[in-house]
Design a protein around this ligand. Structure first.
Ligand SMILES: [Zn+2]
Ligand SMILES: [Zn+2]
Length: 319
């Protein structure tokens, strides 16, 4: 793809993680975070009249598109005194979050779910990519898409595979994934990798240390593709590249990678549970299959992650 021009429009998809349990432990209240996010969104809309916006919100049980809202789904009775251009987005986001939180609390009380601080971002990312694909195909003008994830919860190991598939799809589509870790203890390993692989920015707002969410959003994430070519944005030097094994969904430092489908295992297994490839194991050691045609698609080799991680990040074939 050619380089972005100053006149090109942006398409920003904001993913709000409104997991109530994660926000309950955060020093920054969800209401305050929402107000600051709306100011950021208004600033983005004010930058260029042709800028496009999609806002998604995700809870543990559901992921909804808040903006653009369905016609007739928003009442005109909301008393928000803002510039007319921002009004539709502000009302849609505030009323949408309110409705989603009430339905999520009803669902949580019914299901009595555990691990409620775990966020399920993968489906929101998939939905974001669908919106981008749809909006790109409906316009002939150059539009530069990016996704901004406001993350609050902790990584859910069970969604590692689907999230990585989404990240590789975004990389192939040329979509930047920016991540702002707003709440929750520590960094998100998965979202750090999302930002690193897609070329986006990962920043964590430490509210206890006096960091301001609005300041971080405006200075770290407002710049479009064109402006980023001349800016020196914060890097992702401290990205944690550990992966999650497919067998136990645990984060591992060293593991085995199937050479056929790139599945990751924490220990050597004779057969890949994903693609059913049989590995050549002799005397407790894993060997390469013979070169004389023995590898007919049913045999493979298991290598350590350090040998194949670079391959995995470029071939985009996690299953
Ligand atoms: Zn395992
Ligand atoms: Zn495999």
């Amino acid at each position: 793809m050619s380089e972005a021009l100053e006149s090109d429009a942006s398409l920003l998809v904001v993913v709000l993680d409104i997991n109530a349990s994660a926000w309950a432990r955060s020093p920054l209240a969800l209401d305050d975070a929402l107000q600051q996010t709306i100011i950021f969104i208004n600033a983005y809309l004010a930058l260029k009249p042709s800028n496009q916006l999609v806002v998604l919100a995700s809870t543990r049980s559901e992921c909804r598109t808040l903006y653009p809202a369905e016609p007739g789904s928003i009442s005109d009775g909301e008393d928000i005194r803002v510039y007319e251009q921002f009004r539709a987005a502000d009302i849609a986001i505030l009323s949408g979050v309110r409705a989603l939180l009430s339905s999520a609390s009803a669902a949580a009380s019914r299901a009595q779910t555990e691990d409620s601080e775990h966020s399920l971002i993968s489906r929101a990312l998939s939905k974001a990519l669908c919106h981008i694909n749809q909006m790109r195909s409906s316009t002939l003008d150059a539009v530069w898409p990016r996704v901004l994830v406001l993350s609050a919860g902790v990584d859910a190991a069970a969604e590692y595979i689907s999230l990585m598939n989404g990240i590789f799809a975004a990389q192939r589509m040329g979509v930047l994934i920016d991540v702002c870790k707003v709440a929750g203890a520590g960094d998100s390993v998965f979202l750090q990798q999302a930002a690193e692989i897609s070329g986006g920015v990962y920043l964590r707002v430490d509210a206890r240390a006096g960091w301001s969410l609005l300041q971080t959003l405006l200075f770290g994430f407002l710049a479009d593709h064109y402006t980023r070519q001349v800016l020196y944005l914060p890097g992702n030097e401290r990205t944690d590249f550990r992966a999650t094994c497919f067998c136990h969904k645990r984060i591992v430092d060293i593991g085995f990678v199937c050479s056929v489908c790139l599945s990751i295992f924490c220990r050597m297994t004779p057969v890949c549970s994903t693609c059913h490839t049989k590995f050549a194991v002799r005397g407790g050691r894993v060997e390469r299959p013979a070169a004389n045609g023995a590898n007919n698609g049913t045999q493979g080799t298991a290598r350590t992650i350090s040998q194949q991680l670079s391959t995995a990040s470029t071939t985009s074939t996690l299953v």
